[in-house]
Design a binder for this molecule. Structure first.
Ligand SMILES: C[S@@+](CC[C@H](N)C(=O)[O-])C[C@H]1O[C@@H](n2cnc3c(N)ncnc32)[C@H](O)[C@@H]1O
Length: 268
């Protein structure tokens, strides 16, 4: 948060020397500019000190996160009934892409005891190698693995590929455009989906019309704009899904606020 407020406070100065348009480059944007690291992706800027990276991992995970892991998507009624079949078929129940240390899946597993079956969490080695010992006890059946989401998804036919909170804003691809970036990550996972897999994205949704009751989504939009990301509306997600061969089948909205889980399935 302190990182982001600092960057936001420098936006007027940034736009004096840069084009007055939404930044779209993952490596040239207000965030990297503010910290004198233009040319570097935001995760490298966050990781400019191990302590920053450690705080970031804690800040986005589990109980400290501003994003609720439970209470939106009904894992107990939607997914738990499939647990036994997945286990019989030796099929992975959930693969969480860009999962950090696995805090979200841990919280979900603890909240829904009926949700049994193998869960794979994926992130880069610099994150996975630092999952604290004992953080994911074996009985949780959550397995942190190293996987770079710029490469094909190795877990085939998982019941639910899950993206929680803005992994589609991260980038080390060198691709210049955010939508291309998002499509590239999504396609790797779409290619690995089975006919009944569901792809879940946990995100804030920008309302169709600007409103003043729930400001969090606009704050997030401004925050991710600093590293060339953007928040999306339901219509934006529908377009993005369709462009990679998915149908948006349902938006699960939080009872209050703009947090949601967007569900996609393979288009028939
Ligand atoms: C905003 S965090 C996601 C938070 C996480 N889903 C959670 O619930 O705690 C984005 C994550 O994506 C990871 N990431 C960035 N680039 C990646 C890549 N190329 N492959 C896999 N993970 C990546 C980051 O290390 C970070 O943990």
């Amino acid at each position: 948060m302190d990182d982001m407020l600092h960057v936001c406070s420098r936006l007027p100065e940034y736009f004096k020397s840069h084009p007055l348009e939404s930044p779209s480059s993952p490596t040239h944007n207000p965030y990297s500019w503010t910290y004198g690291m233009e040319g570097q992706d935001w995760i490298k800027v966050v990781g400019r000190s191990p302590e920053k990276l450690r705080k970031f991992a804690i800040g986005i995970s589990g109980k400290w996160s501003t994003v609720p892991a439970v209470g939106i998507y009904p894992f107990d009624t939607e997914l738990a009934p499939l647990s036994a079949t997945c286990q019989r078929q030796n099929r992975v129940l959930v693969v969480d892409v860009g999962a950090s240390q696995g805090g979200t899946m841990k919280e979900i597993r603890q909240a829904f005891p009926r949700l049994t079956g193998r869960i794979i969490t994926q992130d880069l080695a610099r994150v996975v190698d630092h999952v604290p010992a004992g953080y994911l006890p074996p009985e949780l059946d959550i397995h942190p693995t190293v996987h770079d989401f710029w490469t094909p998804q190795p877990v085939r036919n998982a019941q639910d590929p899950l993206f929680d909170e803005k992994i589609s804003s991260d980038d080390e691809s060198g691709l210049a455009d955010r939508d291309v970036v998002c499509r590239t990550i999504l396609r790797h996972n779409v290619d690995a989906m089975g006919p009944d897999s569901r792809l879940l994205i946990a995100e804030v949704l920008v309302p169709d019309r600007v409103q003043k009751e729930e400001l969090y989504c606009y704050w997030m939009d401004l925050t991710v704009l600093t590293f060339a990301g953007r928040e999306r509306s339901e219509a934006d997600w529908r377009d993005l899904f369709e462009s990679v061969g998915l149908a948006l089948v349902k938006v699960w909205r939080a009872e209050v606020g703009t947090q949601a889980v967007v569900e996609g399935r393979l288009r028939r």
